[in-house]
Design a protein around this ligand. Structure first.
Ligand SMILES: [Fe+2]
Length: 237
């Protein structure tokens, strides 16, 4: 079994299409998605239409929840996207579950298995990304006895092996790399082989300048900066 894993597209259709084109060459049997589909200024409705068309196994992210259920924090971008969606797009987003078991062995969530707005493996101190404490990661994974746990949310690509052999994979962000130091779109391929599950973390070049211009044209210059460089402005998004 060979599966492509996408997360955190954040409304960036150009990055998503570049990743889908790369996936088409990789001989995967399925593609799954881990949420935060639309929350971004580049082309959120285009991303919604693409996911509706592809109908892949998916879980929702915290920002998808903010868009459909109302705000948790006052995220300007989520209010913008909520106003852009038509009824079909809104219904699709509202229908995506918080977690999902794929093919018995692969568990999908956005943040941690219990919380779509918490970090599983990586934390941030200012712009510095750091691997969280081993005990924290093992505790968050406790009770989810599946061979692979897939998560997104942090936008940091990582493949980690728990002490009992289970694999935790974050594919990174397709459409909003903010502390990776590269604008490339990130995703992962996981593959089940005789010795266990393997991970391939991939970086795909795409027309990030065009995506940044879309963000700028919609009035999001700091978002455009992150899309251009893969680093977030000190003032945030
Ligand atoms: Fe995200």
């Amino acid at each position: 079994m060979r599966v492509a894993v996408l997360s955190d597209v954040h409304g960036n259709l150009k990055a998503l299409d570049a990743v889908l084109e790369d996936i088409a060459r990789q001989g995967v049997e399925a593609t799954v998605a881990l949420g935060d589909f639309l929350s971004g200024p580049s082309d959120p409705t285009g991303v919604a239409d693409r996911f509706i068309e592809l109908n892949m196994p998916s879980v929702r992210g915290n920002h998808d929840r903010y868009i459909t259920d109302g705000r948790e924090k006052d995220w300007h971008i989520d209010t913008l996207v909520r106003g852009m969606l038509d009824e079909r797009q809104r219904q699709w987003l509202a229908s995506v579950p918080a977690t999902l078991l794929f093919e018995e062995d692969v568990f999908l969530c956005h943040g941690t298995p219990r919380n779509d707005n918490a970090s599983f493996m990586d934390g941030f101190v200012g712009p510095v990304v750091s691997l969280l404490d081993k005990d924290h990661i093992e505790t968050e994974a406790a009770g989810f006895d599946h061979e692979v746990l897939l998560c997104g949310h942090t936008h940091v690509p990582r493949s980690l092996r728990l002490s009992d052999g289970r694999l935790v994979v974050n594919p990174g962000s397709v459409g909003l790399p903010f502390e990776i130091g590269s604008p490339d779109a990130r995703y992962a391929i996981i593959e089940q082989r005789r010795a266990g599950w393997n991970t391939e973390l991939r970086a795909v070049a795409y027309d990030h300048a065009a995506a940044a211009k879309q963000a700028l044209d919609r009035g999001y210059p700091r978002w455009a900066e992150a899309l251009t460089w893969g680093w977030m402005s000190p003032r945030g998004l």
